[in-house]
Design a protein around this ligand. Sequence first.
Ligand SMILES: *[C@@H]1O[C@H](CO)[C@@H](O)[C@H](O)[C@H]1NC(C)=O
Length: 365
Amino acid sequence: MGVSTAIVLLVAFFAAVNGCPPSDREALLALRSWLKEPYLGIFDSWEGTDCCSNWYGISCDPTTRRVTDVSLRGESEDPILQKTGRSGSGFMSGSINPSICKLDHLTTLIIADWKGISWEIPQCLASLPNLRVLDLIGNSLSGKIPQQIGNLQKLTVLNLADNKLSGEIPSSLVQLSSLKHLDLSNNLLTGEIPANFGNLKMLSRALLSRNQLTGNIPSSIGNMYRLADLDLSLNKLSGRIPEQLGTMRVLSTLNLDSNMIKGEIPSVLLANTGLGILNLSRNALEGNIPDVFGPKSYYMALDLSFNNLKGPVPKSISSAKYIGHLDMSHNHLCGPIPLGSPFDRLEASSFNSNDCLCGNPLKTC
Ligand SMILES: *[C@@H]1O[C@H](CO)[C@@H](O)[C@H](O)[C@H]1NC(C)=O
């Protein structure tokens, strides 16, 4: 064969080894054609045949050369964004085209904090078998969460917060057996939290605040032995606080504030010495505050304000190791505020608007 033929073959060989498959490249170009990013020009780098080298936000498997990561963040410490002097903040509009689903080796899909990306999340994302991270936080996505999301058996991070998603939490979601981090905060989700939510055994953070969720808090949550952070605040949840939440070993932050939760505060919950932040503010909780604090109680913040709690301020609070922020205001508490720590450094605002509390920092009894 001639020299020129050999060169052509050689070039073809290296393109095959170093390039990305044309089908992956086409899928990325189709994705780009539905997005508009006018300020930073991140897509200017999406040129040439090899989408694996120097295409901003794209990474490939070193051996198969298939695209594994699409990682586009509009707000980050990313040096490229910082350099633009827009204080690391970008804007992109358009939509996430279903062509992305042709990247069937994708493990990470991050299209986050671009504010203006709208339309629906492609349902076909639920058929990407290798997906581990799906992060679409901070856009304007609407419509429903993909109904078959539970198919993603390797998914560890699902972050769809700060969008306009509506409809219910798909029942298949509880099948995500690898999921560690779930954030659906600040959307328009309705309906109930699935009763078997506690099936998500690997979950350590469950953030569902600022939606319109109704119904009870599922008691199955008590089975989530890795759950450290549960935020159900600013919804329309009703019913009682399940006793089971009081026996969770690693739960350290529990926010149930601004719902319509009624009944008494379970004693086991306040006595759970792992809890560092507990916010039950702005509900319809009633009865006495359980007098169950002890030397192992360590609360950075304990907010029981704006409920219908009655009776005295529990004396055992002064035996707690530490209580940072304490708020019992706007209830129906009555009687003398106990002496000693932490009461000697709290302000009147912690006790305001009760029926008949007295003593420091309020007026003397
Ligand atoms: C508790 O929740 C209420 C209402 O949602 C909020 O206003 C308050 O700041 C929260 N308390 C703490 C200590 O974060």
